[in-house]
Ligand binder design. Structure first.
Ligand SMILES: *Cc1c(COP(=O)(O)O)cnc(C)c1O
Length: 393
């Protein structure tokens, strides 16, 4: 249970909604402030990809900027353009693209583009010439993650070609960046090796005639545990939303963070039920005594993992239960016990900050064998987001 002073007190979710994800924007701002303190001289890019990890792109992005983020990061161009269309003027970097995407729109909207391939460098050059503008580029280097990013021999060619295009003012290499494989295991030998490789590539870029002002490598875990990896800019994502990127090393409050999302449903019915009744598809659960069954109108289409069948923790009227039987598309059942006073319309809290004894997203991750990132990001589009603290900060 959290007792730190930053604990949020969420008001009950609005009645009349089957389910609701309450998002505390003040927590997002405060988390960014805490991350900024950790980052020291480095600036903070709040990563708001994937609808801000399920928290809502625009409100979360604005809250992060209020908290002191000076950059925003997204995976996909469409997310960057959405930010621009809504009037967000802060620098935005988008880094995961496919051939044929509208780089012209990106350059026109002043979106910084991550480049990790020769084909994207060529398409960015075309976009610059089509718009008559200088494209802003961050070169993404694979320093050992083995995923997105350039490595030799293409890296060499990307560096020399970028320098040539920069001399023509087609583009400006603003930044150079990379991503860790083991940031969540501080001290893992790959961390140091990737940092050394990163610094080597920065030197190589300078030799090629580039002068990338913004070097960035740290995600949430490295921002919180590895100051030597902060460089000019850090790129925290999951921690912006108050989740620990290293749950084995510390809970959110240990890093001055608090969970921004509370996921709640309203019981659709509570009915008395005899012993020996099978519950939900396949009767994977059977009542063992006379009891009361509560029906929760949320299912896997809303992001409740089907793997939570039998194990997902839910709080009703101050008591914790595990999902009884299978999670269905739109609903699941709780065995509330014969003495439960719960009635239809009561809150069923799937997760929140944990301060009132409710489960956290981390509890859900452990119950279903995944990571907290996936629990919040998968909350479905059908679940309305209710924003709290929007006018604060
Ligand atoms: C998603 C992502 C981040 C943020 O990672 P967290 O672990 O959520 O902090 C940072 N950089 C890149 C390149 C990413 O893809």
């Amino acid at each position: 249970m959290s007792t730190h002073p930053l604990t949020t007190v969420f008001a009950p979710a609005p009645p009349g909604l089957p389910a609701c994800a309450q998002v505390d924007l003040q927590a997002v701002s405060d988390n960014v402030r805490a991350l900024k303190e950790r980052a020291g001289a480095a600036e903070v890019m709040a990563v708001v990809k994937a609808d801000a990890y399920g928290h809502g792109l625009l409100p979360s992005a604005r809250a992060a900027l209020r908290g002191g983020a000076t950059w925003l990061g997204v995976a996909q161009l469409a997310e960057a353009l959405q930010l621009r269309a809504a009037g967000v003027t802060a620098p935005v970097l988008s880094w995961l693209h496919v051939p044929g995407q509208d780089f012209t729109a990106a350059v026109e909207a002043d979106v910084d583009v991550g480049v990790s391939t020769l084909w994207s460098l060529a398409q960015v050059r075309e976009a610059a010439s089509a718009t008559g503008r200088t494209a802003r580029v961050h070169l993404k280097v694979d320093t050992g993650l083995g995923r997105n990013g350039a490595w030799d021999p293409e890296l060499d060619e990307i560096l020399t070609e970028s320098a040539r295009l920069q001399a023509e003012h087609a583009l400006e290499v603003v930044g150079i960046f990379s991503h860790f494989a083991y940031a969540d295991a501080p001290g893992h030998p790959t961390v140091e090796a990737q940092q050394q490789r990163f610094e080597g590539v920065v030197a190589q870029a300078r030799k090629a005639g580039l002068d990338p002002a913004v070097r960035h490598l740290a995600n949430s875990a490295a921002t919180l545990t590895n100051p030597s990896a902060h460089y000019d800019l850090v790129r925290p994502g999951v921690s912006v939303y108050g989740l620990s990127p290293v749950p084995d090393l510390g809970a959110p409050e240990d890093f001055g963070l608090r969970e921004a999302m509370r996921l709640v449903a309203r019981l659709s019915s509570v009915k008395d039920c005899p012993a020996g009744q099978g519950v939900s598809y396949g009767h994977a659960y059977t009542t063992t005594a006379q009891t009361r069954l509560g029906l929760v109108p949320m299912g896997y289409s809303d992001g409740v993992p089907r793997h939570a069948s039998g194990v997902g923790p839910v709080q009703v009227a101050g008591r914790r239960y595990a999902v009884a039987g299978r999670v269905c598309m739109d609903q699941f059942v709780l065995d509330l016990g014969a003495d439960s006073s719960a009635t239809a319309g009561d809150e069923a809290v799937l997760f929140g900050v944990g301060a009132a004894g409710e489960p956290t997203a981390q509890d859900w991750a452990e119950a279903v064998g995944t990571i907290n990132y996936e629990i919040v990001t998968r909350v479905g589009a059908r679940v309305p987001r209710q924003y709290l603290g929007e006018d604060l900060g």
